[in-house]
Ligand binder design. Sequence first.
Ligand code: DOR
Ligand code: ZN
Length: 328
Amino acid sequence: MQTITLTRPDDFHLHLRDGKAMSSIVMDSARQFGRAIIMPNLKPPIVTTKQALDYRKRILASLPEDCDEIIRAKKSGHIHAVKYYPAGATTHAEDGVTDIKNVYPQLETLVEQNMPLLVHGEVMDLEVDIFDRERIFIDRVLAPVLDRFHKLRVVFEHITTKEAVEFVKAGSDNLAATITPHHLLLNRNALFAGGFKPHHYCLPVPKAEEHRQAVLAAATSGHPRFFLGTDSAPHAKHDKESACGCAGIYSAHCAIELYTEIFATAGCLGRLEAFSSHYGADFYGLPRNQETIILEKRKWTVPEILSFGDDELVPFRAGKECQWKLKH
Ligand code: DOR
Ligand code: ZN
């Protein structure tokens, strides 16, 4: 492919108008040009220094601030991605995005900065059945976004459905997915087995068995765009065991042991290392870790309760056995 590299140009004669009209077009210029000489052509005209400086402030304020924030984040060297939360989709996501179109300028900046967008992929349309929210998200949000932003790198987080698996597989190298241990181990029956089980409640909510099977097949397939992400999400016991219980499963106390058990049970232990230690780093463009860890096949029992600040939490598999143990 032929490419040409230029010093970022300036626009020495530009009209931006004012107010809402300005807001809707200002990014078109800002995307390309480093600076601009703005010809106001406003009514009333700009005739004093103060008016000109006020106009300048309005212009700067009309630039989506978050784009600068994304550039600052990238420059920090420690912020590797940006998370997309649909408003209300999960814990403390009330201030999330109400319409993906509202953040198109930010998505464009992510493309420019080659930074991934990490997606909580559920529609927050309360008309949509809770078990369908991920599937519908693909059609309504993710597919159109990827059509529009071909080069946007996306991690579809904590996938739970066969539709998500298919979508990721059919996608380009820019699209990957994380898979949690609990979504590999639980189907939706686990939420209601012998009474409601708040410690199995998480978002996205576990799906029917055929979906769990599809996600399990993806994780253990050796496909390089599926990789480990626990979504371990601790909540105090009393917040989970409540009339309005929080979503989230704490798995960090035995995460790699669980993944090991899952891969061993599937007869795919040989694919565990790539899933857990290579593919994610590769997708993010980070170096693979150099150190190693050792796991041994040895039964142990997960504690019933762990301390959590001044509270307690009930870990995943509380009081039950794990088949593998990390060696220290
Ligand atoms: O179950 C969940 N809990 N899912 C999420 O996406 C967030 C998490 C939390 O922060 O509690
Ligand atoms: Zn999460």
